[in-house]
Design a protein around this ligand. Sequence first.
Ligand code: PMV
Length: 367
Amino acid sequence: MSLYQTTASAPVNIACIKYWGKRDTTLILPTNSSLSVTLSQDNLRSTTTSRSDSSFTKTRLWLNGVEEEIKPNGRLDRCLAELRKMRKENVEDKNPNAPKLNTWNLHIASYNNFPTAAGLASSASGFAALTASVAALYGLNSFPSSPSTSYSPPATASQLSLIARQGSGSACRSLFGGFVAWEMGNNPDGKDSLAVQVAPESHWPSLHALICVVNSGKKGTSSTAGMQNTVLTSSLLQHRIKDVVPSRMSAITQAILSKDFDSFAKITMQDSNQFHAVALDTFPPIFYMNDVSRAIIAIITELNRVSVEETGHLVAAYTFDAGPNAVIYTEAEHIKTIIQLLLNYFPIDFAAAPFHDSFALFEGGHP
Ligand code: PMV
């Protein structure tokens, strides 16, 4: 028996410029570029262990301990096929002594330590951890134990992002820490639709994310189904991808590089608003936010209004993905005020009646 095993983990990322819409649904090529912050906190991660053994009779996957079917030519199957191809071409064809792992079956077990499919991008961290774990198993992204100066790994994180993207679009951004852009690319083969790091996690340590879990249940409309309907029916999406996102991408990159919180916050809130407007412009309409989400927007808006009046600066930015949960970006000095404010409006009631949406709050850490 020959057995190889690796474990890798990847964090959640939260987009400031949202990805919404595919121009190619198989390769997962987006209709616009996007930009996100990868959260650093340990309690928002997927951890994946991959094992390759010459005696395994089929490739199997467990998610949070429950075995899932791997659909032939489905997203996971395609990601694994790409990784096998890379293993063969970049490692085995170059080194005849390397074991032929590309021909062996895999057993993969993945855990999320936060609610799955609650609009907290579990598929992003999940497919990123899976790609990183199998890539490490296949020797694609790890350095040898005694690296020579001339050694470079057979695949960069951006090259691996091309694979993670085919599992779940936003997963390509979770392969990097810090501030990450997913460049939409132009090629029909998708080779230029990849993630690049805009700035590392160390760049802006005072920036923090607060996660407000408004509802940890499964979301109503999956992002896959939702965005396809948006592409087919929303004229606002066409305006967004042509006239809005390109300039927002460069403006927010500038804001991040110069640590300009006011611009960062304004663009982040505007883009979240437009994403949800596009969801509403879809026919039939999609509502991801609920009354608690809208109350959070009102609270942050009022907080910012008072702060601009007193200091000339914004203090917080909300953003919502495909679910009702809020992520609030703020700088370290304001975290306490914001938590106190939110708890004033939504006291955490551990004995909450089951028909109420639950409300929990925790810190996502700085990027
Ligand atoms: O990668 P998906 O299919 O889970 O889509 C993610 C879409 C949003 O979270 C709403 C936006 C984004 O850019 O992450």
